[in-house]
Design a protein around this ligand. Structure first.
Ligand code: 13P
Length: 250
């Protein structure tokens, strides 16, 4: 059985003060959780403050991105070694906001996946179609293409020890959630697609759903056979809402 994972993607939100309050609330709330893994992904600048609070707790910390390079003259970038050194266990890679707003191609995302995996940090690899792609009936094709870029870089066992997040772009920050049936159908496709390369890895890999998941819809979504938790944006910015989603994952 796969243990569900609920991860908060805080995106570019919060101040030192609000982040401390939020992470204290999450750590406190997570004490009573059972059978669900919890992670938060703050802005890079807040990682140190968050790790200071999560130390010794059952809340893991992740970054929202990582550079393709490990060190050197890359102004403004953060390497996965730095992220790991700060105490992160996860790194989100290929979020649709990185892909669309910062021009990250499937190949760049795959390169990032490789450096993260090699570092021992767990990649949370994001994929998903735009509204236009869904309406053109190419959702599966798009997800397969994004996944295949990683297989090309890393081979058949690419997703061993990693996490996948299916985030339909049209559901992110819009309040429009994929229905449990729509999400389950794509999650099942993703698992089958991975199984063509390695059935054992496909069975074990956690596939999270992301896109307007909240306390009201989390239980039904996470209750689907192939949905192993959530990657939560807006609803992860309030400790009570985030904990309610985590509870739904138990
Ligand atoms: P929302 O939960 O705000 O839709 O964001 C989802 C997301 O992008 C998580 O990575």
């Amino acid at each position: 059985m796969r243990t569900p994972l609920v991860a908060g993607n805080w995106k570019m939100n919060g101040s030192r003060e609000s982040v401390k309050e939020l992470i204290n609330g999450v750590v406190e709330g997570a004490k009573s959780l059972n059978g669900v893994e919890v992670a938060v992904c703050p802005s890079t600048i807040h990682i140190a403050d968050v790790v200071a609070v999560t130390a010794g707790s059952n809340v893991a910390v992740g970054s929202q991105d990582a550079c393709t390079e490990l060190k050197g003259a890359f102004t403004g970038e953060t390497s996965i070694d730095m992220i790991k050194d700060m105490g992160c266990q996860y790194a989100i890679i290929g979020h649709s906001e990185r892909r669309t707003l910062y021009g990250e191609s499937d190949e760049i995302v795959a390169e990032k996946f490789s450096v993260v995996k090699k570092s021992g940090v767990t990649p949370i690899f994001c994929i998903g179609e735009t509204l236009e792609e869904r309406e053109s009936g190419i959702t599966e094709e798009v997800c397969a293409r994004q996944i295949d870029a990683v297989f090309t870089a890393e081979g058949d066992n690419a997703f061993e020890g990693s996490v996948i997040a299916y985030e339909p772009v049209w559901a992110i920050g819009t309040g429009k959630t994929a229905s449990p049936e729509q999400a389950q159908s794509v999650h099942a496709f993703i698992r089958q697609h991975i199984a063509k390369r390695n059935a054992d890895v496909a069975e074990k890999v956690q596939i999270l759903y992301g896109g307007s998941m909240n306390p009201a819809n989390a239980k039904e979504l996470i209750g689907q056979t192939d949905i192993d938790g959530g990657l939560i944006g807006g609803a992860s910015l309030k400790a009570d809402d985030f904990m309610a989603v985590c509870q739904a994952g138990q």
